[in-house]
Design a protein around this ligand. Sequence first.
Ligand code: PLP
Length: 423
Amino acid sequence: MSTVAKTPRPTDAVVSARVFDVEKIRRDFPILQQTVHGKPLVYLDNAATTQKPLAVMEAVENYYRRDNSNIHRGVHTLSERATEHYEMARTSIQRFLNAADSKEIIFVRGTTEAINLVAQTYGRQNVGSGDEVLITAMEHHSNIVPWQMLCEEKGAKLRVAPINDQGELLLGDFEKLLGPKTKLAAVSHLSNALGTINPVREIVRMAHAKNIPVLVDGAQAAPRMKVDVQELGCDFYAISGHKMYGPTGIGALYGKTKLLEAMPPYQGGGDMIASVTFEKTVYNRLPYKFEAGTPNIADTIGLGAAIEYLQQLGVEEIERHEHDVLAYATRQVGAIRGITIVGTAKEKAGVLSFTIDGIHPHDIGTILDSEGIAVRTGHHCAQPVMQRFGIPATARASFGLYNSREEVDALVAGIHKVIEVLG
Ligand SMILES: Cc1ncc(COP(=O)(O)O)c(C=O)c1O
């Protein structure tokens, strides 16, 4: 009888290192293989948009090469294949967000359109004169302006829950602002300007205790952390494909069936109807009631491929890796003299916003670019956040699954160069 030598069980660290091989992952992203101004590209603008893996590009190309055809209407083979792939993407998103049913996933252009859809349907139906919509002081413009427009139209009031100096939501104030007139609360899961992760489950619990539905802007959270809409309990959740390694121009709105059923359609046209006469139109069932016209079929299929890619890598693994890179960047960048990190919440992910004494963020961005490092500078579509911190702008490094500690070292060297040249 032969004996089999027992191999020692690998530690978590070993497993993690083996599973999450950044160098290998980077080979899936052709765009990262280039030099910019003669330096290897260090792409740290992932909160604006992420790069696309080959799997996504191939899915879009394959659709155009083999299956291009309109969906839902045709009986021919190409149309059936296109419909199948389009609907498979919906199921992938349903599983990714753990929605109860795929009909709760509505395809839209992105987070902005998802929020506008809710404002223009649920909002117009339920918000009246003297009512209130509650948001927070850390919202992106897309989770401010649609509510402002609705409130203006209806004579309602936009209320804003404050944040502290670390960029954390003051939960007690938020709860106090949930009043009898509040018809909806809309909060970001992860702030694009500060990196703050909001305690969404707690927020939902507070709002639901007063029968107030909650919309969550998940544009930054969905690519960075495990999202389970049933566990969060939220009523709506908005995502953008291009921030999740998928194509631009496609995203999704999750909504609870009961709410979506009761909402009027967003736009009228083909596909969103069951029958039409000149006297009366009967709307289609969910989710098609909200998807008028020929949709963005190719990019929906691309988004489906992106979701599969994320799931193959493992969302928890991605979260752990990005946490490590952000923690390292916070220590290294924070140690540089003259740097102020804007947004120091205990619960953070993905985003490092900073200023340098006496140097305009725009100049930081320009010099970093000359070193091949892409960061974003400006107000990050969150002007009220800048006002809250009394600054016009920040420089923002935002991390993705393919970023490494070595790239953080390049950023640190770049910042030293900025200080040397302009400080
Ligand atoms: C927190 C947050 N919400 C909403 C948006 C808007 O997303 P999109 O432009 O994809 O609609 C962004 C984009 O930067 C964001 O960061």
